[in-house]
Design a protein around this ligand. Structure first.
Ligand SMILES: [Zn+2]
Length: 115
C-alpha cells in the first residue's frame, strides 16, 4: 500500500523497515489517518486534524526507551497501590485495577522485547 502522507521509509534511529501500513479512508476516498509500523516498534501516524505525522510508539532501540518504560512500570505499580487504598466500592476498584493490569502487561511485554 502506498501511503500519501507518511513518507518515512526507514526508522530514523535504527534504519528498520516497515512491516505494516494502514490507511483509514472516508467516503470520498480521502485518507483520514495513515499508520506505518516498523519492525523495531516505531509507529508513525498521520492525523488529518493536525495534518502532522506523530510518533505513536518509539523505536525499541532508542536510547531512552528502557528508561521511559521503567518509569511507566513504576507509575503503574504506584497507581495500583493507590487504587487499593481508595475508599470506594469493590466493583469500581476492581474495574480500575483491571485496566491497570492490562497496561502493566503490555508495558512489561515492551520491556522484554527490548531485552
Ligand atoms: Zn528503530
Amino acid at each position: 500500500m502506498k501511503l500519501i502522507h507518511i513518507n518515512t521509509e526507514n526508522c530514523p534511529t535504527c534504519n528498520s523497515i516497515p512491516f505494516s501500513d494502514r490507511r483509514l479512508m472516508d467516503e470520498d476516498i480521502n485518507p483520514l489517518t495513515e499508520t506505518r509500523e516498523f519492525l523495531c516498534g516505531l509507529v508513525l501516524k498521520y492525523d488529518i486534524i493536525s495534518k502532522k505525522v506523530n510518533i505513536i510508539k518509539k523505536c525499541h532501540l532508542s536510547d531512552n526507551y528502557l528508561e521511559i518504560q521503567k518509569k511507566r512500570l513504576d507509575a503503574i505499580k504506584r497507581l495500583v497501590n493507590f487504587c487499593e487504598s481508595l475508599d470506594v466500592d469493590e466493583t469500581f476498584k476492581k474495574d480500575i485495577l483491571v485496566l491497570l493490569a492490562g497496561k502493566l502487561k503490555t508495558t512489561r511485554m515492551d520491556v522484554r522485547r527490548k531485552l
